[in-house]
Every structure is written in structure tokens, then in C-alpha cells.
Design a protein. Structure first.
Length: 191
């Protein structure tokens, strides 16, 4: 059976076609449904994404390998973001991810003649905030309460409650709190 499913074989071509069609439905059709409830049910039951209570995923979020993505309670995932779950994404509770954020878990080895893939899971701990347009690279951890500023590119792990900005992201300040009291399950209707 393994020989029949090697790359380049007709059987593998058919399997790949249906696999990408299945993901294409999530990324080009289901993510445009203007109902948080319906989108969440589809992600949970059809794509096996683990999504906590009171978590909202806005429209046009793209997902790769959604079955390897776990999102905690009271989170908000902003519109037009990308969650690359191919190596795994774990998002804690009360996390706010703004629109146009890119979370990558897989890339290529530029020094490999075969352009081999390499990557690692991304972890975003409780009470973190990721502002619009930020990028998180494979294998990085956003520690509890950390903030990634507008357009930041995270190339190394953060410190708890740190504020990071720039490309590559550098620590620019520390939050003056140790616990948040509000929940981040922000919801805009028809988003």
C-alpha cells in the first residue's frame, strides 16, 4: 500500500486532490460564513480543531492542518489571519489575536539541496495579545501576558508580560500588571 501512495503515483494524486479540496472548503468557503456559531461547529466537527468555550474565530481565517490546532477559552482570532497548524499550534486562554496575523509552524531548509521542510510547534500562552499584522515563526513561544506590537516579526521566545515590536521583534517594555480581569472573546457580528 505504501508504494501505491508514493509521490507521483496516480493513487497519491487522487488522495492529494481530495485532501486539498477538503482544506480548500475550509479556506475558501466555510471561513466566509457570516455566523460565528456555524463556523465554530464546522471547524470543531468537520476539521477536528479543538476550540474552547466563548472563543470566536472571525471570517476569512485560513487554516492549515486544523486538526493540529488547539485554542483555549475566551479567545478571539481576527479576520484574515493564517494559522499554519502543520507542526501544531497551542493557544491558551484569554488570548487576543488581531486581524492579518500570520502564525507559521513550517518552512524550508535553505541550505538543503532538496529544500527539505523543517518546523516546530508554536505556543501562545494565556493572556497574550498579538496585534495586527504580526508574524510568529516556527517553534516560538509567546509567554503569558506578552504583547506583539503592530507588524512585529517574532524570531525568538518572549518573556512573560513583555511588549515586543519590530523586525525582528525586540523587547521594548514590560507590562505593569500580573493578571488581566477582562475576557477577550470579542465578537463583531457578520465578521
Amino acid at each position: 500500500m505504501k508504494d501505491k501512495l508514493k509521490y507521483g503515483t496516480p493513487a497519491r494524486t487522487v488522495v492529494d486532490y481530495f485532501h486539498f479540496f477538503y482544506l480548500g472548503l475550509a479556506n475558501h468557503f466555510f471561513n466566509k460564513i457570516p455566523s460565528y456559531f456555524i463556523r465554530k461547529m464546522i471547524y470543531r466537527h468537520l476539521y477536528r480543531m479543538k476550540i474552547g468555550k466563548h472563543t470566536n474565530i472571525q471570517m476569512n481565517v485560513r487554516v492549515y492542518a486544523p486538526w493540529k490546532i488547539k485554542i483555549g477559552n475566551n479567545c478571539s482570532i481576527g479576520h484574515d489571519s493564517l494559522l499554519d497548524g502543520r507542526r501544531g499550534i497551542h493557544i491558551g486562554d484569554n488570548v487576543d489575536i488581531a486581524g492579518y496575523v500570520r502564525i507559521f509552524t513550517l518552512g524550508h531548509n535553505l541550505n538543503d539541496p532538496g529544500y527539505a521542510t523543517l518546523g516546530a510547534p508554536v505556543v501562545i500562552e494565556n493572556e497574550a495579545s498579538i496585534f495586527t499584522g504580526a508574524y510568529i515563526l516556527p517553534g516560538k513561544t509567546v509567554k503569558r501576558g506578552s504583547v506583539l506590537a503592530l507588524g512585529a516579526v517574532l524570531t525568538k521566545d518572549t518573556e512573560p508580560w513583555g511588549i515586543y515590536g519590530g523586525n525582528p521583534a525586540q523587547k521594548i517594555n514590560t507590562r505593569k500588571i500580573e493578571q488581566l480581569t477582562y475576557q477577550r472573546n470579542y465578537k463583531r457580528y457578520f465578521h
